[in-house]
Design a protein around this ligand. Structure first.
Ligand SMILES: Nc1nc2c(c(=O)[nH]1)N(C=O)[C@@H](CNc1ccc(C(=O)N[C@@H](CCC(=O)O)C(=O)O)cc1)CN2
Ligand SMILES: Nc1ncnc2c1ncn2[C@@H]1O[C@H](COP(=O)(O)OP(=O)(O)OP(=O)(O)O)[C@@H](O)[C@H]1O
Length: 198
């Protein structure tokens, strides 16, 4: 498959994945609680480690119960901010008292004055995932660029979070696609690397 065919294939898969995710979300809007439980069971976070999450868009599994838990445990939490097309994401500090502002793509983000957080563990949103740990995102390449940068610089663990229904047999892969270390859903944990052994 050349890169144009790969992009077309991903576009088609994205349409299907949107519909499947929307349905899962409508059926179980509180799945974030099961997700929180599985995250806590699966990943022993070293004290004080910085964790990134996201403020969910309609359809995305609600990662906020887990973020509140990690904040209570004393972790620094960052939420993603798009600083430009073709640029890696930047993460800014969030806590329950922070008033969010609307950023690019209607995503809620911490205000510009919130300090930057460089996460070691990233809770990564996605449209679809496969049983080998590959993910399909919105197509901006934001998380691929961000993970490539963080993994080149330091220890970074990518944890895809999703509804179980978002699993597909295979996500088409290109050279830039960054595999996940874990995928955690409201029902299950998939582990692809031993990376969290700090
Ligand atoms: N909650 C959340 N925050 C996030 C992301 C995400 O996936 N989820 N991102 C992950 O990169 C970044 C924002 N990137 C985004 C890139 C594209 C679209 C987008 O195109 N949304 C369309 C739906 C897609 C389409 O119809 O083609 C929309 O808003 O209607 C949204 C977010 C950073 N923050
Ligand atoms: N590290 C990178 N350097 C340069 N281009 C990249 C990099 N990562 C991804 N891209 C390009 O970004 C575009 C979008 O990639 P892709 O379709 O894989 O996005 P995605 O994984 O669905 O989205 P996201 O990572 O934002 O969730 C592709 O053209 C891809 O080649």
């Amino acid at each position: 498959m050349d890169s144009a065919e790969l992009a077309d294939f991903k576009t088609q898969l994205r349409k299907e994945a949107f519909a499947v995710r929307e349905q899962a979300w409508r059926a179980d809007p509180d799945a974030g609680e099961g997700l929180e439980r599985h995250l806590i069971e699966a990943l022993a976070m070293p004290p004080g480690i910085a964790i990134s999450g996201y403020w969910p868009l309609p359809g995305e599994i609600d990662v906020r119960p887990a973020l509140r838990h990690y904040h209570r445990e004393g972790h620094r939490i960052g939420l993603p901010v798009v600083i430009g097309k073709h640029q890696p994401l930047v993460f800014r500090s969030w806590d329950p008292a922070v008033d969010l502002v609307q950023g690019s793509f209607r995503v809620m983000t911490p205000p510009p004055e919130a300090p930057e957080v460089v996460p070691t563990i990233l809770l990564v949103p996605l449209l679809a995932f496969d049983p080998e740990g590959y993910r399909l995102g919105y197509g901006g390449g934001f998380y691929d660029r961000t993970l490539a940068k963080l993994r080149a610089e330091a220890h970074a663990v990518a944890v895809g979070v999703a509804y179980g229904a978002q699993e597909v047999p295979q996500v088409p892969r290109g050279t830039f696609d960054q595999p996940l270390d874990f995928i955690v859903t409201e029902h299950a944990v998939f582990k692809f690397s031993d990376k969290i052994g700090f």
